[in-house]
Ligand binder design. Structure first.
Ligand code: GDP
Length: 456
């Protein structure tokens, strides 16, 4: 339900800048701002049409606070769909907080995180995936990612999901009509036609889930684990990729005990790299903790860089490691290629695929590594104009829809009645409507917007 309170929050980042903006939204927002703002030409904000601005001063009772420009948006033509005033004043931390306080003292309440976007959603200005596009834009770390997020905001995903959902709704409607009104002359649906529609819906959704990791890699970034036994050269590799000395590089085995994290942009592919302690069973409690975290890390990572010391024979530790990451997208790296090779390359390649020879110390092999990373994560030819899933919530909805479609196909193929398949198809539709927010529960809506920052 939409409340009639007027919310206010600083929309620009906390810090000193040229200007800062306070957003005020709600039916009475213009009235409240008129209490604190006096324009130089004496005009009230309430006399302004939408998209018009006035220059003047903000006052705390009779005391001027700062010069300001107030931009008026009139419902429904605003971000939230309500009356909105954006007050832009000088960008000092103290001054904008003071303006906020004056506005709050005159009848507004502080906005909760994401409340502006939530009001926009509740007023039908955007759907859930569009709102998540905004989140994605804010957190985008690269050009491709920003473009993909903009597309999300503009509805590329919703259009795709809506069209898949519509094709399924059409089948459901037909089945229901046929089952519920047996006396009417409703044509029975041809099972092959249903199977065709289900198959194309499945393909479209599968394409989205398959591209999920690539999409994440160009927007918010994916986790990447650098693993290897102590002294293989993990920290050196991490330093090479991040370009500065973040990990401690030493000759003593097991120095990198904890997980160190850094974000790097490899040709548009954003990796959240973590350098972990070597995988090994140990009685040392401190190190054991690090080891457990490493196993966890491999599980969570979208890609693993497995580092081997090519100057050493393959050890049990290396084999354990190979075993742990063999199910993952992994790039095996034979480090220290500047030294004489002793490692059993064939063994590694038989399980993990083609190795890269590198010298993390000298930087050789880096280009090949970059190439392999972008190929493996599918970001090389990533089409940032195509629809993509922006987060785990959307992916889960898609997976649920896929599984219901598969159930429907199995039901039909096992000779059950059409209405049994109809129930499964209806479940798939529900999952898709939850994705776009058209049938999302209050809890889901609250969860989505709670991830936003205040002022958005
Ligand atoms: P980690 O324990 O796996 O993080 O290994 P480090 O990055 O701390 O490296 C261990 C030792 O190997 C250090 O003395 C590095 O200078 C050295 N090292 C790392 N990469 C190379 C390399 O490509 N060639 C040679 N010769 N030494 C390297």
């Amino acid at each position: 339900m939409i409340d009639d309170s007027v919310i206010a929050a600083v929309a620009t980042p906390a810090g000193v800048g040229g200007i800062a903006t306070l957003r005020v939204s709600g039916e009475k927002s213009i009235e409240i701002c008129d209490r604190v703002f006096r324009s130089i030409n004496g005009k009230k904000l309430n006399d302004l049409k939408g998209y018009h601005a006035a220059f003047g001063k903000i006052y705390d009772k009779e005391q001027p606070v700062d010069e300001a420009v107030c931009l008026v948006f009139r419902a429904p033509h605003s971000f939230t769909g309500e009356n909105v005033v954006e007050i832009t004043c000088h960008g000092g931390i103290f001054v904008i907080q003071k303006v906020l306080r004056v506005v709050l003292e005159n009848g507004a309440v502080p906005a909760q995180p994401g409340e502006f976007s939530k009001r926009a959603f509740l007023n039908g200005k955007m759907d859930l995936s569009g709102a998540e596009g905004i989140m994605s834009i804010i957190s985008s770390q690269g050009e491709q990612g920003l473009n993909a997020s903009l597309n999300l905001l503009e509805g590329s995903l919703s259009r795709k999901i809506d069209s898949v959902a519509q094709s399924l709704i059409d089948i459901c409607a037909h089945i229901s009509a046929w089952v519920d009104y047996p006396d009417e002359e409703i044509e029975e649906l041809d099972e092959n036609n249903i199977l065709d529609t289900l198959s194309s819906a499945h393909n479209e959704l599968k394409e989205l889930t398959d591209k999920f990791d690539s999409g994440m890699a160009v927007t918010t970034g994916v986790e990447a684990a650098i693993i290897g036994k102590p002294n293989a050269g993990k920290s050196t590799l991490m330093n090479l990729l991040t370009g500065f000395e973040r990990s401690i590089v030493t000759d003593v085995k097991g120095t990198t005990r904890d997980v160190v994290e850094e974000t790097v942009n490899i040709d548009g592919c954003i990796l959240r790299l973590s350098d972990t302690a070597g995988i090994r069973d140990t009685d040392d409690t401190v190190e054991k903790l690090g080891v457990e975290r490493s196993r966890e890390k491999i599980k969570r990572s979208a890609i693993v860089l497995a580092v081997f010391d090519s100057g050493d024979e393959l050890t049990d530790e290396d084999r354990t490691l190979i075993d742990l990451c063999k199910e993952k997208p992994v790039i095996p790296i034979l480090n220290k290629s500047d030294k004489e090779t002793k490692i059993d390359r064939d063994y590694i390649e038989s399980t993990l695929g083609r190795c890269i020879e590198m010298s993390a110390k000298n930087g050789t092999g880096l280009d090949e590594l970059r190439d392999r990373v972008t190929t493996l994560l599918g970001t090389k030819n990533f089409d940032s104009n195509a629809a993509m899933l922006a987060n785990e919530r959307q992916r889960q909805c898609c997976l649920n829809a896929l599984s219901s479609i598969e159930d429907a196909v199995n039901t039909l193929k096992s000779g059950f009645t059409l209405d049994a398949a109809g129930i499964c198809i209806d479940d798939a539709v529900s999952a898709l409507l939850e994705l776009t927010g058209k049938r999302a529960s209050q809890a889901v809506v609250d969860k989505v917007f709670s991830n936003f920052c205040v002022g958005k």
